[in-house]
Write a protein that binds this ligand. Structure first.
Ligand code: GRG
Length: 346
């Protein structure tokens, strides 16, 4: 999704300028003399991320009618640093070789350096947050706690074919939704918006974050490795059974799927899971769960003043999901997942 399109969608003409300021803050945060840190940190922070968390931090501030101030931009940069730090640690856990088509730190510089880069990025985020307020620092630290919580729940349930849908949702609430929630909360807190607006924004970010992760999990099954920057079925290979797989396990062909998964994961079992999830409607159902979370996100904004950015934030969750599917899902699956051809690449 291009920033210019996002700025139109959100009704925020100066978004590009704000993001340029965030980039400068990120560069400041990672530009240290020690090249063991600065080189890999620049590669991962500058590695082509969408900057979704900074964008929603900024939009949350603007949605409450506040000017987008310097503290809001520092908060936005802090959130991106936590996001990238968590990805560096995630890549260590997965022994991933590349992300967004770029070498991971564990692959190029080694695991020990990667641990330190992740820690460094988190610490830099903490420093930025501390320049805003104690409340913002607290919100950021809480989000990091929740990220660890969600990720450890996932790690503890690898290859568990009895993983429940509730357990899945609790895990993604921590590992993904908590950071989108914190982005919204911190945007509002850094602008001194009233508690009712802070809470409404946080509820919006949390619900959108759930949909965001569910879409990512769907795409892991029906995208292409080129579009995702990692092999299709990567979650399955790692033993992460996500919502579409859990729904397929609950369906008519659940018992044969169980047997296939119990035998171990190879390319033919991945193909079988994808085919089953598509033809039994499990993927379509997962998509509709994501849509339900998007509706919850929109409803969270009901009591906010109807300024253009609030209307833009209401449009964002559905627009993001449509964009992600149209950019990344294989078009031949559209009919099976119950979406029209208007999702096709533009
Ligand atoms: C050290 C903070 C910290 C956490 C440790 C490893 C871990 C616990 C958490 C990682 C959780 C994780 C990988 C969640 C996935 C979130 C997700 C969907 C990331 C992709 O977000 P995008 O699409 O990424 O916004 P880009 O590439 O655009 O930046």
């Amino acid at each position: 999704m291009k920033v210019s399109a996002l700025s139109d969608l959100l009704g925020m003409p100066p978004l590009v300028r704000y993001l340029t300021d965030v980039e400068a803050l990120l560069e400041d945060a990672i530009g240290v003399e020690n090249q063991w840190i600065s080189i890999p940190a620049r590669r991962v922070v500058g590695g082509g991320g969408k900057r979704l968390r900074p964008i929603i931090t900024i939009a949350a501030a603007a949605a409450g009618g506040a000017a987008v101030s310097e503290p809001v931009l520092r908060g936005a940069a802090a959130l991106e640093l936590v996001h990238v730090g968590s990805l560096v640690h995630d890549d260590i856990m997965d022994a991933a070789k590349s992300r967004r088509g770029i070498d991971t730190v564990n692959a190029r510089e080694g695991i020990n350096h990667a641990v330190l880069i992740g820690d460094f990025l988190l610490a830099r985020a903490g420093e930025l947050a501390s320049t805003i307020s104690a409340e913002v620092s607290h919100a950021l630290a809480t989000a990091i706690v929740q990220l660890c919580d969600g990720q450890s729940l996932e790690t503890g349930s690898l290859f568990n074919i009895d993983r429940s849908r509730t357990a899945y949702e609790k895990s993604i609430e921590g590992k993904t939704a908590s950071l989108l929630r914190a982005s919204c909360r911190i945007g509002a807190l850094a602008s001194d918006l009233p508690p009712s607006v802070v809470d409404a924004m946080a509820a919006y970010g949390a619900a959108f974050g759930m949909a965001f992760q569910i879409i990512d999990d769907i795409l892991d099954l029906i995208s292409t490795s080129d579009a995702m920057g990692k092999p299709v079925g990567n979650d399955l290979r790692e033993g992460v059974y996500t919502l579409p797989v859990l729904l397929a396990l609950e369906g008519d062909r659940g018992s044969s799927l169980r047997k296939v998964l119990a035998r171990g994961i190879d390319q033919s079992s991945i193909d079988m899971v994808v085919e089953t999830a598509l033809t039994t409607g499990a993927i379509a159902e997962a998509l509709s769960v994501a849509t339900g979370y998007n509706q919850k996100a929109m409803a969270a904004l009901d009591n906010l003043e109807d300024v253009p950015v609030v209307a833009g934030l209401r449009r964002l969750p559905d627009a993001y999901c449509r964009w992600a599917i149209s950019e990344k899902a294989e078009a031949r699956y559209y009919r099976l997942i119950g979406i029209g051809t208007d999702h096709g690449p533009r």
